[in-house]
Design a protein around this ligand. Structure first.
Ligand code: ATP
Ligand code: MG
Length: 373
């Protein structure tokens, strides 16, 4: 970071009981475009620090109610504020107290009356250290998060993929071993159910890989203008067989026709939501796709008048550690991963996704997309 810019936008808390001192410090620091907050005693400093989490505190020592040392003691013990550097503004006569009492990292002092150049240079040093530490912590958190996700991913793959697979292997072995004892019809039935199970497994694996690739940023995201009429017509065409079979009507109603996003990802979100809407709707039901424009985002929705969801299903729709799948109203099977993939795809657009649902009334899935800025 360039020296001069370190102070710009930094949140600095000035703690002093004497108004003139606050004014003086405030004026000095305001020149560097920092954001200033003020406390007039130690107690207030503790409260404000934990509320606004400043980047640095300039702390007077002698104050009524709670002095600067006592306040610093509390601030450095509190988990959320302990990383904030504190610079004491101290009279020459108190210097020994400062040195003895606070020989900890992140704590420093400047003697009063202070020299502006010295003070600003100390502030810059501590801010720069603090920002470097913040950056490291952020990186560390990201690594931990990605590690967690990998663990989750592996545990789901191993559990949800392994047990049905071993069942299928067992079935294939049995057919092979007792092949001559089966009637032709029985064999046909067994292989049909094997094929169905394998197709479902294949779909599960595909969804799992899609999810994994999204998680680990392996999916190139290319943002373009998307014509919703074109996209939704394509999906309706692909799903014509499903909807005709069930006599479910597919409709669209757009207040805005162009949105901004990655075509493939938006296609797959809508595809899954519309498949779901058809799947969980009884014969002669209706599905409506809408698009609206709000101040800063587009609001897209897929609404059905189907079976809705019990609370337990609705509460864990997007959680990768709670994968669940109910058969559709015509016993259609699924993997339970469609919404989890959709959730990640919406996140890639900095959007949100949620469901509004009522049993035996219907469900509406709504998601948002940022506008192009
Ligand atoms: P897949 O998407 O792989 O076919 P799925 O549809 O079961 O499987 P999701 O799309 O993730 O998986 O949906 C998860 C669950 O949420 C469904 O099994 C169902 O219980 C519920 N659900 C989703 N959409 C609807 C809807 N429109 N109406 C009622 N329940 C729904
Ligand atoms: Mg689905």
């Amino acid at each position: 970071m360039i020296d001069k810019q370190i102070l710009e936008g930094a949140k600095i808390l000035i703690v002093d009981d004497i108004n003139d001192n606050i004014k003086l410090l405030g004026r000095l620091i305001r020149n560097y475009k920092s954001k200033i907050s003020v406390a007039t005693n130690g107690k207030q400093a503790v409260e404000i620090a934990s509320e606004i989490i400043p980047d640095l505190i300039l702390m007077d020592v002698n104050m009524p109610e709670m002095n600067g040392f006592e306040a610093a003691e509390i601030i450095t013990q509190n988990e959320t504020t302990k990383h904030i550097p504190i610079i004491f503004l101290t009279a020459l006569s108190d210097i020994n107290d400062v040195i003895e009492g606070f020989n900890k990292g992140g704590l420093d002092y400047v003697t009063k009356p202070f020299n502006s150049t010295v003070l600003i240079s100390r502030v810059k040093t501590h801010l720069s250290l603090k920002f470097q530490k913040d950056e490291l912590k952020k990186l560390n958190d990201e690594i931990k998060k990605s590690d967690n996700q990998k663990t989750q991913f592996l545990s789901i793959v191993s559990h949800d993929l392994r047990s049905p697979m071993s069942g299928l292997v067992g079935l294939a072995k049995m057919i092979n071993k007792d092949f001559d004892e089966f009637e032709k019809e029985e064999l046909k039935e067994l292989t049909v159910s094997m094929q169905e199970a394998l197709e479902n497994q294949y779909q599960f694996m595909e969804n799992m890989l899609k999810w994994g690739n999204l998680q680990f940023d392996k999916v190139p995201v290319s943002m373009t203008d998307i014509n919703l009429n074109f996209l939704i017509d394509q999906i309706f065409e692909v799903l014509k067989l499903n909807s005709n079979d069930k006599k479910v009507e597919l409709n669209k109603q757009f207040e805005v026709e162009t949105v901004f996003g990655d075509y493939n990802l938006i296609y797959s979100i809508f595809h899954n939501l519309i498949v779901n809407a058809i799947k969980y709707t009884k014969e002669n039901g209706q599905v409506l796709v809408t698009a609206k424009e709000e101040d800063n985002f587009y609001k897209l929705s897929v609404k059905d008048n189907g079976i809705g969801m019990p609370k337990k299903v609705a509460d864990s729709l997007f959680q990768v550690n709670k994968v669940q799948s109910r058969p559709g109203t015509n016993n259609e099977q699924g993997t339970g991963l469609g919404l989890i993939v959709s959730y990640e795809s919406v996140l890639k657009h900095n959007g949100k996704i949620w469901a509004e649902t009522e049993e035996n009334v219907g469900t509406e899935f709504i998601f948002t997309l940022e506008k192009e800025n």
